[in-house]
Structures are given as structure tokens and as C-alpha cells.
Design a protein around this ligand. Structure first.
Ligand code: HAM
Length: 425
């Protein structure tokens, strides 16, 4: 049967579908990031794909691009103002507060998550409107060990995948004592520069973001701008120094980046980004930091916290850029080739038995002839084919064919599972 009609619909702009075999790499990446977290006491959390829009405007910040330009916000028929989640931290903290996890006594509450996020961005390679993150949040403790732990775990995750050409950028954004002083000093400096209207507006709302401006003409003028590290209060300085020492002691290399500001407003003190040098302009494969004031910003008690999110899409691109093949679990090992109705019933039983025994098995469907069924077997990547025709069944056997060597031998029906398991071992 040939189908010439192509679907009229396509994946929306800025999105793409994950299909086999590439989708297996995505699963492997998610798993590789999750494994060190599970191993370090982080529990799995899942929150809805949408939230009250105000959670993000208050949490992530009204003046950020994420909230002001990139949010998929909408009103429901019932009049609720919602938004597709552009990130995970505000949602996870909301969920922890709502369930009173922070009152159960054991702080920090350590959680990890994996899911889809949505930002109305200008699409390009590595920047999508729908993307995947695996993230971790440690809620309710102020301890430099926690900041270091998270960075170490991300480093481990990337390394377990075989990634090498990534760098860790580290900075401190100060706290509610020292940052306002710095902010004012920076504003004073920026107001004296030759900048366009929009950037001038940004000086008043979010001056730190101006430091992040990618344009040469702006960067040139920023030489000599006051640097936050010169304004850090003693407590912030000591905290940051401790994080740096803890990382050094674990042998995790990082670069101090005094200009690293991040695109979300909730950060305080430790901020970091993982950048990969093979990705062009969308080089951040992950990022995070401390957000000691976020809980209060969304109506909760004081709960100093720290976390990160790693981008699954960009991690996959980084693996490609380094030419690393992620260890993808084996697919089909055995492929059934039934010739005739009786053989189909018998092999369906055999395949079911193999699957129960933990052997990945598949089958030719739709009454295919020998040639088409063998083609399907080869395409499946299976090690063995189980071929059965009427004569085989009459003798109580099926033919076990090694698809690598081409060798074939009859095996008694009741011995198939043991024989196949032995040969695969
Ligand atoms: P973020 O830096 O906005 O941080 O996103 C984290 C990662 O998600 C980025 O480094 C990138 O790999 C990926 N990402 C972001 N936007 C896109 C996009 N449009 N297309 C593809 N990948 C993208 C956060 O989201 C914070 N919630 C991280 C955090 C957790 N901070 C504290 N806890």
C-alpha cells in the first residue's frame, strides 16, 4: 500500500518532533542528568505545564525578557489568567510551599524535575519555543556546600555523557544589602553613556542586564563600568569564597565571570552557567544559582534556596558537536518472522514470553512474506530472527537465525527463551 498524501499540518514554528532513533538520545540525556540527582537525595517532582501568570511575573520578574516578551500567556473561558511555564523554579517552589514541604522539618527540601518549557523566542539553532529541561532545586538552606553540590552534580552529569568541551562560569550577584548599592552606582555610570532608547529604559528597570548586551558598540562603552564584585558585602564575599574553595577541593574547574548576570530576576549570591564552545551563539547548556528571596516574592516565608536547570535540547546538540554518541540502551534483540496464520499465533506467544523474560523482541505484522519480513528484521537491528513456517511447527521447532553471521539452526519451541538468553549473554 502506498500513501502519497502528506499531512497538511506541520510542527509549529520554533518546535520540532522527537522521533526514533534520535529520541533515544534525548531519553539517555534526561536519564544521565537525573541519575546523579537521585543519587544525592533529590526527590522527583512534577508540576502542571501552566500556572497562574502572576507566579512568573512576580517570581521571574516583570522586567525580564522571559516575562515581558516571551511568555505564552492566555485567559481561559473561565477568566483565569494563566501562562505556559517558561521555566521550572517558580513552579517547583510554589508546589513545595503549597504542600508545606518546608514545614516537615528536614531542610533543605531537595527536588528534581524533567519536562517541557515554553518561551516565545526568535527560533534559531539551539533556541526553540518548546524545549526540555532537567532541573534541581534545594529549598530552604543557606549553605555554600549546597551551591557547590549542585555544580558538582551537573558537572558529573555532563561528564557521564562524555561531554568535555564545556566550561563553568561563576559569579556572585550579592544580596539585598549590597546589590542595591551596586545597582545605583551602575545606573550612575550607565546614564552617562551613549545608548539607544530601549537600553536607556533598561538602565532604570534592570541595569545589570545592560552588562549582558552582546553589541560591540555597547560593550566598548562598558569598559570601566563598576563591577559587582567590588561592591559585595563581607557576608556575600565570604560565602562566595567558600563556594569557590569547595569546588576547587572537588577538582571542578570554573572561571570567574564578573559579568555573568543571567536572565531571571530572582538570583542572589551564587550564579553560574555551563557553556559549550561548540554551539555558536546559543552556548549556554545550563544555568542556575541561588534565589534567597524568591519564596517571599511569591508570598512564602524566608527560604533561601539554590538550583539549576540543564537544557536537554542543547546538551544533545553539544554531544553532536563533540561527536560523542550517548550510550543508548539496545533496541530489539529478537525479531519474529511468522510464515502463515498458525506461525503468527505461535510466534506471538514466543515473542510475548521473550518480552516477559526481559528480552527486547518484535515481530513482523500484517502477513508479510519471507522477503519483506526478513527486511524488517534486519532493519530492526535485531541480533536474531525467529523464522517459523508450517513445516517447522509440525516438527515443534522454529529456526533461530543469527543475523550477523547468517547461520541458522532449528530450536525446540519450549527451549527458545533459554537458548536465546544464552546466546545473547
Ligand atoms: P535558564 O538559564 O533560563 O534558567 O534556562 C536553563 C537552560 O535551559 C539554558 O541554559 C538552556 O540550555 C535551556 N534553554 C532555555 N531557553 C531555551 C530555549 N528557548 N531553547 C532551548 N533551550 C533553552 C532557568 O530556566 C532557571 N529556572 C534555572 C534555575 C533553576 N535557576 C535556579 N534553579
Amino acid at each position: 500500500m502506498t500513501t502519497s498524501a502528506v499531512s497538511t499540518f506541520q510542527a509549529p514554528k520554533g518546535t520540532y518532533d522527537l522521533l526514533p532513533p534520535d529520541s533515544a538520545v534525548f531519553l539517555a540525556v534526561r536519564e544521565a542528568i537525573a541519575a546523579p540527582l537521585r543519587n544525592a537525595g533529590y526527590g522527583y517532582v512534577e508540576t502542571p505545564g501552566f500556572e497562574n501568570v502572576e507566579l512568573f511575573s512576580r517570581g521571574v520578574g516583570e522586567s525580564t525578557d522571559i516575562v515581558s516578551k516571551e511568555m505564552y500567556a492566555f485567559e481561559t473561558k473561565g477568566g483565569d489568567k494563566l501562562a505556559l511555564r517558561p521555566e521550572g523554579t517558580a513552579s517547583v517552589l510554589r508546589a513545595a510551599l503549597e504542600a508545606n514541604l518546608h514545614k516537615l522539618g528536614n531542610l533543605p527540601v531537595k527536588l528534581w524535575y524533567s519536562g517541557s518549557y515554553y518561551r516565545y523566542e526568535r527560533p534559531q539553532k539551539g533556541r526553540y519555543r518548546h524545549f526540555s529541561q532537567v532541573g534541581a532545586e534545594a529549598i530552604g538552606a543557606e549553605d555554600p556546600v549546597l551551591d557547590a553540590e549542585l555544580i558538582v552534580l551537573a558537572d558529573q552529569a555532563y561528564r557521564s555523557l562524555g561531554l568535555r568541551n564545556f566550561r563553568i562560569l561563576l559569579n556572585s550577584l550579592g544580596d539585598k544589602e549590597c546589590r542595591p548599592v551596586y545597582r545605583e552606582a551602575l545606573q550612575g555610570f550607565l546614564r552617562g553613556l551613549d545608548l539607544d532608547e530601549e537600553t536607556r529604559r533598561r538602565i532604570e528597570i534592570n541595569p545589570l542586564r545592560v552588562l549582558d548586551d552582546k553589541r560591540d558598540a555597547v560593550q566598548k562603552q562598558l569598559v570601566g563600568a563598576p563591577m559587582l564584585r567590588d561592591y559585595l558585602c563581607d557576608a556575600c564575599k565570604a560565602y562566595h569564597e567558600e563556594v569557590r574553595e569547595l569546588l576547587g577541593a572537588q577538582g571542578v574547574a570554573f572561571e570567574d565571570d564578573p559579568k555573568l548576570v543571567r536572565g531571571l530576576d530572582y538570583y542572589t549570591r551564587t550564579t553560574f552557567e555551563f557553556v559549550h564552545d561548540g554551539l555558536g551563539s546559543q552556548s549556554a547548556v545550563g544555568g542556575g544559582g541561588r534565589y534567597d528571596g524568591l519564596s517571599e516574592m511569591i508570598g512564602g516565608p524566608s527560604l533561601p534556596s539554590v538550583g539549576w536547570a540543564l537544557g536537554v535540547d542543547r546538551t544533545v546538540l553539544a554531544l553532536e558537536a563533540e561527536g560523542v554518541t550517548a550510550a543508548v540502551p539496545a533496541t530489539t534483540a529478537v525479531f519474529g518472522v511468522p510464515l502463515g496464520d498458525e506461525a503468527r499465533r505461535v510466534l506471538f506467544g514466543t515473542v510475548t514470553e521473550l518480552r516477559k523474560a526481559g528480552v527486547a523482541a518484535d515481530l513482523a505484522y500484517g502477513g508479510k512474506g519471507l522477503k519483506a519480513a526478513m527486511k524488517a528484521a534486519n532493519r530492526s537491528g535485531a541480533r536474531f530472527a525467529l523464522v517459523a513456517g508450517e513445516r517447522d511447527l509440525a516438527e515443534g521447532v522454529v529456526q533461530l537465525k543469527d543475523l550477523d553471521s547468517g547461520e541458522q539452526a532449528p530450536v525446540r519451541l519450549e527451549e527458545i527463551v533459554t537458548t536465546v538468553k544464552e546466546r545473547l549473554a
